[in-house]
Design a protein around this ligand. Structure first.
Ligand SMILES: C[S@@+](CC[C@H](N)C(=O)[O-])C[C@H]1O[C@@H](n2cnc3c(N)ncnc32)[C@H](O)[C@@H]1O
Length: 206
C-alpha cells in the first residue's frame, strides 16, 4: 500500500481529520528523513510503510490528548513526536530539543523546507536549557525512564502544566520507581503498530 493510503487510512482509524495539504507535508517530512538517513544515521526505522506507523501515526495518536498551547519535545531526535504535532496543530507553539548537533541540523532543515512557522529548534542538553518561559506541556518519546524525564525537565514545566510520557507496555515499574501512583495512563492503539502504546500524563501541581 502507498504511504498516502496508509496515512489516510491510519488517520481515519484514529478519528483525525487533517487537510490534504497537511498530509502532504507529513509525507514530505518522511521523504526528508529518508534522504538524510542515506548519509546520516537519523532513525533506525527505514521501511517506508513502517515509517508511516512508527513515525507519523504514533506521534499523531497523542493529538486528542494534547490540551496545551506551548509544547516542548525533549530528546526529539529526527523531530518525533514534535514535527508531526507541529504540522497537525499550527495553533500550537512547539519547541523541539536535542543535544545532538546532527539531529538539530536536520530538524532546522525540516522546519525550513516544510515552512513550519510554529516550530522552534533548540540544540542543548535539556538540563542546561534555560528558556525565557516555561511550557504548558513537556513531552518525550524514547528519551529516558519516567523518573529521569521528570528530574531533567522539572525546571521547564509551568506550575499548572503537565508532562506526557509516550511509553510502550504499561510502565508499572517506571511509575513505581518514580513514586507515582494515581497518574493518568491512557492506552493508545496506533494503526500499523502492533506493539502496546501508553500515554502517561503527570500534573506538575502536587
Ligand atoms: C532514542 S532517541 C529518541 C528520538 C525521538 N524522540 C524518537 O522517538 O524517535 C533519544 C534522543 O535523546 C537525545 N538526548 C539524550 N539525552 C539528552 C539530553 N540530556 N538532552 C537533550 N537530548 C538528549 C539523543 O541525542 C537522542 O536524539
Amino acid at each position: 500500500m502507498s504511504q498516502e493510503q496508509l496515512l489516510g487510512d491510519g488517520l481515519s482509524a484514529l478519528g483525525l481529520a487533517l487537510s490534504r495539504e497537511t498530509q502532504e507535508k507529513l509525507l514530505e517530512y518522511l521523504a526528508l528523513i529518508s534522504k538524510w538517513n542515506k548519509v546520516h544515521n537519523l532513525t533506525a526505522v527505514r521501511d517506508p510503510e513502517e515509517m508511516v506507523g512508527l513515525h507519523l501515526l504514533d506521534s499523531l495518536a497523542v493529538l486528542p490528548h494534547l490540551k496545551c498551547s506551548t509544547l516542548l519535545d525533549v530528546g526529539s531526535g529526527a523531530g518525533l513526536p514534535g514535527i508531526p504535532l507541529a504540522l497537525a496543530r499550527p495553533d500550537l507553539k512547539v519547541t523541539i530539543l536535542d543535544s545532538s548537533h546532527k539531529k538539530t541540523t536536520f530538524q532546522r532543515q525540516a522546519k525550513a523546507e516544510l515552512g513550519i512557522s510554529n516550530l522552534e529548534v533548540v540544540c542543548s542538553r535539556v538540563e542546561q536549557f534555560k528558556p525565557a518561559q516555561q511550557f504548558d506541556c513537556v513531552i518525550s518519546r524514547a528519551f529516558s525512564d519516567i523518573a529521569e524525564f521528570l528530574k531533567l525537565t522539572a525546571h521547564l514545566v509551568e506550575p499548572d502544566g503537565h508532562w506526557l510520557a509516550m511509553k510502550g507496555v504499561y510502565p508499572y515499574e517506571e511509575l513505581a520507581q518514580a513514586g507515582l501512583e494515581n497518574v493518568e495512563v491512557v492506552p493508545l492503539s496506533v494503526p500499523g503498530v502492533e506493539a502496546h502504546r501508553h500515554l502517561v500524563r503527570i500534573e506538575a501541581k502536587k
